[in-house]
Design a protein around this ligand. Structure first.
Ligand SMILES: [Fe+2]
Length: 418
């Protein structure tokens, strides 16, 4: 008997990853050889919530062609397999058509009637699973010692032979079933992961598209403001590039440098709201007109501060005319109270204004502009106006400002600085 258990263990272990159906076919084949059964079925117990049923996973019959392996039997006391699945008792029947009336189960003749087969002797036993559960049922049919010999009843020795191996086989089937469910779950998870990755890629693509559209809107807004100011040319692009370059030299984070490289262009967007007569006046502004012109910083702030995404642009618009010594407008902020983005744009904006033609002056050379930025003139006091650290960086890297001017000075600018 120990040899028999070992035989089952050996062929179960031979293919450790075999499916429930493959393992069941091999088990059924082996049980039929041991008992001389002409036919047989292995059922496994399936559960869903409170429902239980027996699912045929291996069906064999040497006498007739088997139609298929997939059919179900309810787990109840009226069928032979159901009775065995509930009670765990082994049932031996000499003639399926002559089951004693006192038995609660009955043989279902439908299959015989449809196939022309005649079921006589039956040996039906349970397969024990983990935690003393019943994981399946083996039903062996028609013990026939030879192809042309009469069907004989199954014997006590067949029951005794099967008893020691039913737990080995039952647990192997249960383990195979668990493995199949885990594999199926893993496949589902892999599929979900792939779908999730595809969705993430799509979200990423849409974010890039949205960001691109947003930045195009920023540029168009800056262009619109500049056209309104009768200013043409690449002033806003140059201020973007000077500001970004200076921010990089100041060691600002990449995201900051990218932001200022786009939002610096919006520094004078508030000029769209300035009284047109004042904005386009060619001569010197009187005191009231100067106040109105200077309001472009708060107009710009009001336009841009409605969007958190434009927070940097809003603070540049409001504070790019503040001065290091507190003498600027609109808030008279001084030193590091002035946002760094506005301090950077202030240097970029003044350098570009010096290089550009104005109704009251011609555009200066790079050397003259650097001289005014660093030593001052009657309008600019660099030590009072600019962040001294940023001014040092400008002094050190002014050639890059010249390079940006040369690259983007194709269209002359007019009437810019307030
Ligand atoms: Fe301005």
């Amino acid at each position: 008997m120990v040899d028999l258990v070992q035989q089952f263990l050996d062929f179960i272990d031979e293919y450790p990853k075999q499916s429930v159906r493959d393992l069941s076919r091999r088990v059924l084949q082996r049980c039929r050889i041991l008992t001389g059964a002409e036919a047989g079925t292995i059922f496994v117990v399936r559960r869903q919530e409170r429902n239980r049923w027996l699912e045929a996973v291996a069906v064999q019959n040497d006498a007739i062609k088997v139609a298929g392996e997939s059919f179900r039997v309810p787990v109840d006391m009226t069928s032979i397999a159901g009775y065995v699945a509930i009670t765990g008792q082994t049932v031996t029947i000499d003639d399926a058509y002559e089951i004693p009336r006192e038995c609660c189960y009955r043989f279902n003749k439908d299959y015989d009637l449809a196939s022309g087969y005649r079921t006589r002797s039956i040996l039906c036993f349970a397969l024990g699973g983990f935690r003393n559960s019943i994981s399946g049922v083996v039903q062996l049919i028609n013990r026939r010692p030879g192809p042309c010999q009469a069907v004989l009843p199954f014997l006590r020795e067949h029951e005794r032979m099967i008893a020691p191996v039913n737990h080995v086989v039952g647990r192997a089937l249960e383990r195979a079933w668990f493995m199949e469910r885990i594999s199926a779950k893993n496949r589902e998870l892999r599929k979900s992961n792939l779908e999730l990755r595809a969705e993430q890629a799509e979200v990423g693509r849409l974010q890039v598209e949205t960001e691109r559209a947003f930045m195009q809107s920023v540029e168009l807004l800056a262009r619109a403001a500049e056209l309104h100011d009768s200013d043409t040319g690449n002033h806003i692009l140059r201020v973007n590039d000077y500001s970004r370059f200076l921010a990089e030299m100041a060691g600002m984070p990449e995201s900051f440098c990218e932001g200022i490289g786009s939002f610096a262009a919006l520094h004078d967007v508030g000029k769209m709201s300035v009284d047109k007569a004042v904005l386009h006046k060619r001569g010197r502004l009187d005191a009231a007109e100067l106040v109105e012109m200077q309001r472009h910083v708060t107009y710009g702030y009001d336009i841009l501060s409605v969007s958190p995404r434009l927070a940097m642009a809003a603070e540049i618009a409001r504070h790019h005319h503040e001065k290091w010594d507190g003498s600027g407008y609109p808030d008279g902020r001084r030193g590091r109270d002035i946002p760094i983005a506005a301090r950077l744009v202030a240097i970029a904006d003044v350098y570009d204004a010096l290089r550009s033609d104005r109704p009251y002056k011609p555009g200066f050379s790079h050397e003259r502009s650097v001289e005014i930025m660093t030593a001052g003139d009657e309008r600019i006091d660099p030590h009072a106006h600019f962040d001294p650290e940023l001014l040092r960086l400008f002094t050190r890297y002014h050639r890059e400002f010249e390079r940006i001017w040369d690259k983007l000075s194709d269209v002359p600018a007019i009437n810019c600085v307030a």
